[in-house]
Design a protein around this ligand. Structure first.
Ligand SMILES: [Mg+2]
Length: 98
């Protein structure tokens, strides 16, 4: 179980995957990602849509949790995040020094 979900939320996500299938939930993930992209774009164009962005971020977050369950890759993601954060830190440190 990922630490960011309650047990009930975790079980609900598992049930959604079982009911709608991995492929169905992957399609939903794609749809939710595109909805977030759309709201971010609106914001960049000057729209005051912070509530909509929050809603779409929540949708994406829920779908990311389901993708983690489907691919069973929580540890790989943590490892990749550590690596990418290390690279980001190095890049920012180099920019400061350069
Ligand atoms: Mg949405």
């Amino acid at each position: 179980m990922t630490p960011s979900l309650t047990l009930d939320e975790f079980l609900l996500c598992k049930q959604a995957i079982m009911r709608y299938g991995k492929q169905g939930q992957m399609i939903v993930a794609i749809e939710e990602l595109s909805e977030l992209i759309k709201e971010i774009t609106k914001n960049l164009r000057g729209r005051d849509n912070c509530a909509a962005i929050s809603e779409e971020m929540a949708d994406v977050y829920i779908m990311l949790e389901q993708l983690i369950m489907m691919f069973d890759n929580d540890n790989e993601i943590r490892g990749q995040m550590r690596l990418k954060m290390k690279c980001l830190k190095e890049r920012m440190d180099n920019e400061r020094g350069g």
